[in-house]
Design a protein around this ligand. Structure first.
Ligand SMILES: Cc1cc2nc3c(=O)[nH]c(=O)nc-3n(C[C@H](O)[C@H](O)[C@H](O)COP(=O)(O)O)c2cc1C
Length: 271
């Protein structure tokens, strides 16, 4: 059993990750690749090492059929096409019950240390009572960041394995019901996984805000300056490149995939 990494250069993986919205529905995702993606999410950073994030793999046709009905309308074709969806949720119970285990463990194994002011006394009598007194809405807010970290790791692993992926929204309460979540678990986001039905090359790099518009130095709003030589090197390593455009190649790629799936095609940038 081999994972067959398509791309093991981490910088290139960062550059190749793309939100893929067409998948080959007839090419299943190997079980070992799904496992590797889930392990990447599990290995992401967790607050206090409480491990509050859950992933539910949706793969069987019966579950998929029910699930596809309750995702946001624009995401239905993607949910149908992708052989696998992973549903990311946070579980607040794992915060309230996991922190009292995770934090002392971190201390005992030398992850957090007296050098930084940590002690068992401080953990048991100050930190844990404070963190576990947070109301559920605050815990959900904190854990949604943690879920995002797990999702990012999962997406990068999928890319490294030659798979496409895309985060997608759905109707949280209904998803929770269909997948049998306990009261303390909250749907955060779903992720489609499958072999791409559109090419990464034709997608180009989706535009981002200019560097200095969102990256500041010392003070909010004071633009940080990007060194063009660094950017050139990142470009040569495959992390950045030509921005996305609706070129004839891109149009042909989208329409081929859409036609194969019996979905509407488009003619130009206006539709
Ligand atoms: C948290 C999150 C939620 C998203 N939700 C959706 C979604 O519901 N449907 C969708 O088609 N794309 C969704 N996307 C994908 C973004 O729209 C996508 O990132 C954007 O088009 C930029 O493209 P790129 O990811 O290829 O760089 C989501 C992305 C993130 C990070």
């Amino acid at each position: 059993m081999a994972l067959n990494y398509q791309s093991v250069d981490f910088v290139k993986v960062l550059g190749e990750r793309r939100s893929c919205r067409f998948y080959d529905p007839d090419r299943p995702v190997e079980a070992e690749k799904v496992q590797a993606i889930c392990q990447a999410a599990r290995n992401a950073s967790h607050m206090g090492n409480a491990n509050c994030i859950t992933l539910t793999i949706v793969e069987d046709q019966a579950t998929k059929d029910k699930f596809t009905e309750i995702v946001s309308a624009f995401n239905i074709p993607m949910a149908k096409m992708a052989p696998v969806s992973i549903v990311f949720a946070l579980n607040r119970d794992l915060w309230y019950n996991g922190l009292p285990k995770g934090l002392p463990e971190l201390f005992k194994m030398g992850g957090i240390n007296p050098s930084h002011g940590w002690s068992m006394d401080n953990i048991e009598n100050t930190t844990l009572p404070r963190l576990t007194s947070f109301p559920p809405e605050v815990v959900s807010y904190l854990l949604s960041c943690e879920t995002g970290m797990a999702m990012a790791s999962a997406q990068l692993m999928a890319t490294a394995l030659g798979l496409g992926s895309c985060c997608y929204a759905g109707q949280g309460p209904k998803i929770a019901e269909v997948l049998g979540f306990p009261e303390s678990a909250q749907f955060v986001w779903a992720m489609a996984i499958g072999y791409p039905g559109e090419s990464v090359e034709s997608m180009g790099w989706r535009p981002r805000s200019p560097y200095g518009d969102i990256i500041y130095k010392e003070k909010f709003g004071t633009p940080a300056v990007a060194d063009p030589a660094v950017d050139a090197e990142l470009e040569s390593l495959g992390m950045m490149g030509a921005p996305s455009a609706l070129t004839p190649e891109r149009l042909a790629d989208i329409n081929k995939a859409a036609e194969q799936m019996g979905l509407p095609t488009r003619t130009d940038e206006n539709g």
